[in-house]
Design a binder for this molecule. Structure first.
Ligand SMILES: O=C([O-])CC(=O)C(=O)O
Ligand SMILES: [Mg+2]
Length: 288
């Protein structure tokens, strides 16, 4: 299986003694940049998938087919292991099983399934959670859908910011008991909350956005946190760069005077131009 070594790299991060920041990736170019910069892992958030594919906010309008296709494009472009935010698994527990199958064949190294009620329910202004029992069913279905045992499946709960830290712990322990490989938490607000989770669970931990006092890699490593997200600034920066460039052109700036363009060296690296040239020389009979 061509993707196994990517999955084993993610597993070695989870079983290691350090905490890493993943690069935020969302398309073929962004994953190559993250790989070239030496990130050990890419994070493909549902929010950036929605932005890159649909130009939408994070409201789960994207389909599983679109998410998996974007993952497939990244898998072709680079060998960096990618952790995919598979949201609620795109439906009920049977849909979760299908989601795992699709993301596995698209080359994901790992994925998260969360217990948030998505898309938002009728008349619900605040984010809701599904029941613990439904969450457990989804974790079991995710594990059952896995064909390659090296694919990493994480149980994710947003309970800390929706219900309570006690509920987050209760859910995490129940997901842990299903056999998932790691626990992913969002909405942890303090060291005390993290430490309560750490002492009540045993699996490696992944943290979604966290406040400043938590953002010390050595501290997190000592608390069994193996991956700490840093949001998705790269796609936001890309939006600003495209805006500035289009605005300058509209305002009459000559293309040669534009600021913020990549060097030809960077462009040729992200397009893997040297490989293409070598291949063209070989199979098209062209001179290098
Ligand atoms: O998983 C992440 O990267 C955070 C998240 O939910 C998203 O960006 O959709
Ligand atoms: Mg998300």
């Amino acid at each position: 299986m061509a993707f196994r070594s990517r999955r084993e790299k993610l597993r070695s991060i989870l079983s290691g003694g350090t905490c890493v920041h993943p690069g935020s990736v969302y398309d073929a170019i962004s994953i190559r940049i993250a790989e070239d910069l030496g990130f050990p892992l890419g994070m493909f958030g549902g929010s950036v998938a929605s932005l890159a594919v649909l130009g939408d906010p994070d409201i789960t309008l994207i389909t599983l087919t679109e998410l998996a296709e974007q993952m497939r494009r990244m898998s072709r472009a680079a060998a960096l292991p990618v952790l995919v935010d598979a949201d609620h698994g795109y439906g009920n527990a049977l849909n979760v099983r299908r989601t795992v199958q699709e993301l596995e064949t698209a080359g994901a190294a790992g994925l998260t399934i969360e217990d948030t009620l998505l898309p938002a329910g009728f008349g619900e202004a605040e984010t809701q959670l599904i029941s613990l029992e439904e969450g457990v069913g989804k974790m079991k279905a995710a594990l059952d859908g896995r064909g390659d045992p090296s694919l990493v499946i994480m149980g994710r709960t947003g309970a800390a910011s929706i219900t309570s830290i006690e509920d987050a712990i209760r859910r995490a322990r129940a997901y842990e008991a299903t056999g998932v490989d790691a626990l992913f938490f969002t909405g942890i607000k303090s060291r005390a909350e993290l430490e309560a989770i750490v002492s009540a669970t045993r699996l490696p931990i992944v943290l979604g956005g966290a406040p400043e006092e938590l953002n010390v890699l050595e501290y997190l490593a000592g608390e069994r946190v193996r991956i700490a997200l840093q949001g998705h600034a790269p796609i936001a920066a890309a939006t600003q760069a495209v805006y500035e460039t289009q605005k300058a052109l509209r305002d009459g700036t000559a293309p040669k005077n534009l600021k913020g363009l990549p060097s030809s060296d960077l462009t040729s690296r992200v397009t893997r131009e040297a490989d293409v040239k070598a291949r063209s020389a070989d199979v098209l009979g062209l001179k290098q």
